[in-house]
Design a protein around this ligand. Structure first.
Ligand code: NAD
Length: 447
């Protein structure tokens, strides 16, 4: 099948490469020339495990090509995926200008009956708006499909190749048949394609991200409460996660959710509620809790070394919003770094993948270290903010020796508080109090 993908970012590139891998002829188009030039030479604009191989192989085999010529991509497509960005507008709603500008081009340049797929995360009603724009100049029949993407950055290729489910919102048998054929190779193990109406597919993506963000904010509040009452959130997490109605994933406390999806999708859903005359109270609270949570690491540093951070130097391990990606959009590390710098501290940071992106965003506002140990030199505290595997088992003697004060603030609960105590490190983590709240004689009373 001839497939074109307009928008070659995290989603568009993964979608294009994976669809080429299953034998389709795929053109990926983007307006950013430098990105397309790089991709033609197999230089990827993003870090995503497994993607480079896929791009190189499929480009070599002639199934995958890149262009800045959007009209050419449209003209040769039986199926066109729109995967451009939908950033938040000033009022929090999804900004559809890129989606609709692609739609305007589609009508002008299509050369055959086609399926137009909205892959970008877009509010209910967007497929209709796209259809209206296309219809203004279309000379061939077209069929809309809403196909929200559920891939996780850091595991995007795997997620696309082996999806839990594929959601397809369609309004015609033509679109249904074409999309079923495209996705057949990805659901051979029996995971379902769920067909539904277009509005429900559009809503499904927002509801999924809203639910996941809710779990994160819920657990962050529970973690904060655990600290107050002397409970251990790791135990609580295991205790509730083993209940099959709850399940174990997305129960880890941390420095607040970030990335390109949860913050903007929660905002957009809240905004849709406002537009429909109903406040979405739970999601509004989820956002508030998250904003507060992003300040928790700064609070913990102050708890550890005092309110006045002026002139202090802080080491930061991790900049990306999560491991296995270089994406720093809305990363909690940015909130922490702003907080530290405005308090007069200096920062030296390390990240295995996001240093280039961080340099681009932060310039010389902070220092960057070649290795995670280099970042520790003369630091008054270490803050761990992204749970990269390589931070999980550091040499704590080396950590302690390099730091000016033996203070570690861990936003991801990577380390064992008892072991940290044995190493002589003052250790602060999330939802695991370091203070003994239950006096021994009281324990006897409960026994
Ligand atoms: P991105 O910013 O990485 O990529 C978007 C690309 O679209 C950019 O390369 C940009 O240059 C290009 N673009 C913008 N306007 C264009 C136009 N008129 N013509 C051609 N190209 C154009 O964004 P992303 O992370 O890939 O997200 C894309 C969409 O997918 C968003 O709606 C997002 O919410 C959704 N989504 C993202 C993820 C994720 O993990 N990143 C997961 C699921 C869904």
């Amino acid at each position: 099948m001839n497939i074109s993908v307009v928008g070659t970012g995290y989603v568009g590139l993964v979608v294009g490469a994976c669809l080429a891998e299953t034998g389709n002829d795929v053109i990926c188009a983007d307006v950013v020339e430098s990105k397309i030039d790089g991709l033609k030479r197999n230089i990827l604009p993003i870090y995503e495990p497994g993607l480079e191989d896929l791009v190189e192989r499929n480009q070599q085999d002639g199934r995958l090509s890149f262009t800045t010529d959007i009209s050419k991509a449209i003209a040769s497509a039986d199926v066109l995926f729109i995967a451009v960005g939908t950033p938040p507008d000033e009022d929090g709603s999804a900004d559809l200008q890129h989606v609709l500008s692609v739609a305007r081009e589609v009508g002008k340049h299509m050369t055959r009956e086609m399926v137009i797929v909205t892959k970008s995360t877009v509010p209910v009603g967007t497929a209709k708006k796209v259809a209206t724009e296309v219809g203004k100049s279309a000379r061939f029949p077209f069929h809309m499909c809403s196909n929200p993407e559920f891939l996780k950055e850091g595991a995007a290729v795997d997620d696309f190749m082996k999806p839990d489910r594929v959601v397809l919102g369609v309004a015609s048998a033509f679109a249904r048949d074409v999309m079923a054929e495209i996705y057949a190779p990805f659901v051979r193990t029996g995971n379902p394609i769920i067909f539904m109406d277009i509005a429900s597919a559009e809503m499904t993506k927002y509801a999924a991200n809203g639910m996941l963000a809710t779990r994160i904010s819920f657990m962050n509040e529970i973690a904060n409460l655990c600290e107050r009452v002397g409970a251990n959130v790791d135990m609580v997490r295991k205790g509730i996660g083993s209940d099959s109605r709850i399940g174990p994933s997305f129960l880890f406390p941390g420095p607040g959710y970030g990335g390109s999806c949860f913050p903007k999708d929660v905002k957009a859903l809240v905004r849709t509620g406002v537009e429909m005359g109903m406040g979405l109270q739970i999601l509004a609270a989820v956002e508030d809790v998250n904003e507060r949570q992003k300040l928790r690491l700064g609070e913990k540093i102050r708890e550890a070394i005092g309110e006045d951070l002026n002139g202090l130097h802080i080491a930061v391990w991790g900049l990306a919003f999560k491991p296995q990606t270089d994406d720093m959009r809305d990363a909690p590390s940015l909130t922490l770094i702003d907080d530290l710098l405005s308090a007069g501290a200096t920062v030296c940071a390390h990240d295995p993948a996001a240093m280039k992106e961080a340099r681009h965003r932060l310039g010389d506002r902070i220092q960057f270290a070649e290795t995670n140990y280099d970042a520790l030199t003369n630091a008054d505290a270490l803050v761990v903010i992204t749970d990269w595997n390589e931070y999980r088992h550091p040499d704590f003697n080396r950590v302690k020796d390099a730091l000016r004060r033996p203070v570690v603030v861990d936003g991801r609960n990577l380390y064992d508080p008892e072991k940290m105590r044995e190493h002589g490190i003052r250790y602060y983590s999330m939802g695991r109090t370091t203070v003994e709240h239950a006096a021994p004689e009281r324990v006897g009373e409960y026994a």
